[in-house]
Design a protein around this ligand. Structure first.
Ligand SMILES: [Zn+2]
Length: 138
């Protein structure tokens, strides 16, 4: 799993997570990579090199992709477990935290595409998770 810094034609910078650079290039050619802010699929890679996601250590070249993905999934699950589930109040809570009206903490919840766009427009960082975690603990 790698993180690429991407730029759409409206100068929105965002990060995209891909299995590999090849996968990104294929999806880019197919118009499947879209800006989360304006939905433009005219997306280019910023020159910075890809960052490999790992939990606190560098992933040695040659380490199997499956191991890296499993590790990423574990990290995501841990993040979700440690966050407070605010459900439908997610946009409201994210905004309160951003404007320091509520204590800073990790939250998760539900937001529509429009709500997510509004939050991003206000400079509030939200990370859409592709798959809901299967082992809910709350
Ligand atoms: Zn954009």
């Amino acid at each position: 799993m790698i993180v690429l810094n991407l730029l759409c034609r409206h100068d929105h910078r965002f990060e995209g997570w891909f299995a590999s650079v090849d996968v990104f290039e294929r999806q880019q050619q197919d118009g499947m990579v879209a800006c989360p802010v304006c939905n433009s699929d005219e997306v280019s890679r910023l020159p910075s090199g890809p960052r490999v996601i790992s939990s606190g250590r560098d992933v040695a070249a040659g380490e199997s992709q499956a191991a890296v993905q499993a590790e990423l999934l574990e990290a995501l699950k841990a993040h979700v477990r440690d966050s407070e589930n605010v459900g439908q109040r997610f946009p409201e809570e994210a905004r309160k935290i951003h404007y320091r009206e509520a204590p800073a903490r990790n939250i998760r919840g539900v937001a529509s595409l429009d709500e997510t766009k509004d939050l991003l427009d206000e400079g509030i960082f939200v990370l859409p998770l592709p798959v809901p975690p299967s082992d809910e603990t709350h």
